[in-house]
Design a protein around this ligand. Structure first.
Ligand code: EZ4
Ligand code: CO
Length: 402
C-alpha cells in the first residue's frame, strides 16, 4: 500500500481551508486538515514544495515512521507551519489505515471510552441582556456547556463577539483590521456578565470564557478570583504562554480552572504547564499539534498530571480536523471537553462528514477511517480569498496581543 498521489486543495467555502488528499496505489484515499488561519498559503507551499515530493512511493501503513521522517528529517523542528503540514499527513494516513482495516479510527486508537463527545458552543453578544438569550439558545439546542463572550462597555469591538451568531469568523479582512483593548474595562466588566449568566441558568450548566491572551499573570489571577463565585469550567488562555512558569503566579491565587494551548504545536510547548499542574485542560488539537499521533502523546502526558483534553474547535479548523478530533476524544481516558463551532452550510457541503450532534454530544460515526472527505469539484468553485486575523492595540496605540 504505497502513496501514489498527493495533492493540496485550497478552497474558500465562506472561509479558507487547506486540505491534503492522499491516494494509495490500491485506490484508498485519506484526508488531512492543513489550515492555519491567516497563513494558509505558507502551509500549502510547505506541503507542495517540501513534503509531497517525499511522500510519493512511501508505504502508507508506516504512520509513525513517516511522522518521524518529516519531523526529524526537516532539521528545522516545530513551528506552526511545519507542524500543521505534518499533522495533515499524519491525519490522512490514519484515515487510510482505518479504511484499510474497515474500522473507524477511534477503534484503532483503542475503542470508545465514553458514549459521546461533550461539546461546548459559543454564546456571544454585545450586551449582557442579549448574551443571556444566546446562552438560552444553546441550552435549547441541547448543549451542556457554553462559552460566553460579550462586548466591553467603551470598546468598539471585542474578541469573540460577532454579527452572525452561529458562524464566528475573526479573519475578517485581506489586511489585518485593528481592535482596541482596555484591560481595566475588561476586568471590571466580565464578572458582572457571569454573575447574571449563572443566576439565570443555575449551577448545572458548564460555563467557559476565553481571555484570548490579553492579561498578565497577576491580572489573570484577579480575574480568576473574581470569577470563582460563578464556578467556571475554565478560563481560557489568560496570558500568552511562552513563559510557562508565569502560570505559577495565577495558580497561587485562584481556583478557577485554566485551559491553554490552542496555539501550541508540540508536546514541548506544554510540558512544564502539564508536569507542574499549572493548567487543568490542554487545548492542543489535531491540525496544529502534529496530527493524531502527536496529539495522543500530549494527552497521555497530560493524563499523568490530572490534566484533561479541551481541544480547540473553531470554524477555522476544518470538518476534517473536527472528525479526527472526535476519534481522539472518544478514545482517550482523560477527555475533558471539545470546542464545537458550527461550520457554514457551504463548508459542510465541501466536506461531507458522518459526525453528528445530538443531545449535547458529537458522535464521529461508524464509517471506516475518519468519516469525512473533501468534494474536490465543489471545492474548486470557491477560490482562495486572502483573509487575516485582526491585530489589537491598547487605548494609547501600543501593540497588544490579539
Ligand atoms: O481565535 O481559531 O477558542 N477559540 C479561539 C478561536 C481563535 C481562532 C484563531 O484562528 O480562540 O476563536
Ligand atoms: Co481560544
Amino acid at each position: 500500500m504505497r502513496i501514489a498521489e498527493a495533492r493540496v486543495v485550497v478552497t474558500c467555502p465562506d472561509r479558507n481551508f487547506v486540505t491534503l488528499k492522499l491516494v494509495t496505489d490500491d485506490g484508498l484515499t485519506g484526508v488531512g486538515d492543513a489550515t492555519l488561519n491567516g497563513r494558509e498559503l505558507a502551509v500549502a507551499a510547505y506541503l507542495n514544495e517540501h513534503v509531497l515530493p517525499v511522500l510519493i512511493g512511501r508505504d502508507a501503513a508506516r504512520i509513525e515512521d513517516t511522522w518521524q521522517f518529516l519531523y526529524r528529517g526537516a532539521y528545522w523542528r516545530r513551528g506552526p507551519v511545519t507542524m500543521t503540514a505534518i499533522a495533515a499527513v499524519d491525519t490522512a494516513l490514519w484515515d487510510i489505515k482505518g479504511k484499510a482495516a474497515g474500522l473507524p479510527v477511534y477503534q484503532l486508537l483503542g475503542g470508545r471510552c465514553r458514549d459521546g463527545v461533550t461539546v461546548y458552543g459559543h454564546a456571544n453578544a454585545e450586551t449582557v441582556d442579549d448574551v443571556l438569550a444566546e446562552v438560552g439558545r444553546y441550552v435549547d439546542m441541547g448543549y451542556r456547556a457554553v462559552r460566553v463572550q460579550t462586548g466591553i462597555p467603551g470598546l468598539a469591538s471585542t474578541y469573540g463577539v460577532s454579527g452572525d451568531k452561529m458562524f464566528y469568523e475573526p479573519a475578517d479582512a485581506a489586511l489585518p483590521s485593528e481592535n482596541v483593548w482596555s484591560t481595566p474595562a475588561y476586568l471590571n466588566h466580565v464578572p458582572t456578565v457571569f454573575e447574571r449568566v449563572r443566576a439565570e441558568f443555575g449551577p448545572g450548566l458548564a460555563l467557559l470564557h476565553d481571555v484570548h491572551h490579553r492579561l498578565t499573570p497577576i491580572e489573570a489571577a484577579r480575574l480568576g478570583r473574581s470569577l470563582e463565585p460563578y464556578a467556571l469550567t475554565w478560563m481560557e488562555d489568560p496570558v500568552p504562554a511562552e513563559l510557562q512558569e508565569g502560570f505559577r503566579l495565577i495558580r497561587r491565587h485562584t481556583t478557577t480552572p485554566i485551559a491553554v494551548g490552542e496555539v501550541f504545536n508540540s508536546i514541548w510547548d506544554c510540558q512544564q504547564l502539564i508536569s507542574e499542574q499549572l493548567i487543568d485542560y490542554v487545548r492542543t488539537t489535531v491540525v496544529h499539534a502534529g496530527g493524531i499521533s502527536h496529539l495522543r502523546r500530549i494527552f497521555d502526558l497530560a493524563a499523568l498530571y490530572h490534566v484533561r483534553s479541551g481541544s480547540h474547535g473553531a470554524t477555522d479548523l476544518s470538518p476534517v480536523c473536527m472528525a479526527a478530533a472526535l476519534h481522539v476524544d472518544l478514545s482517550i481516558p482523560n477527555f475533558g471537553l471539545q470546542e464545537y463551532m458550527r461550520h457554514t452550510p457551504a463548508t459542510d457541503a465541501v466536506f461531507p462528514h458522518s459526525y453528528r450532534f445530538a443531545d449535547g454530544y458529537l458522535h464521529p460515526g461508524e464509517e471506516p477511517g475518519l468519516g469525512v472527505d473533501i468534494d474536490e469539484d465543489l471545492a474548486a468553485q470557491y477560490p482562495y480569498r486572502p483573509a487575516q486575523l485582526p491585530v489589537n492595540r491598547l487605548v494609547d496605540g501600543t501593540m497588544h496581543n490579539w
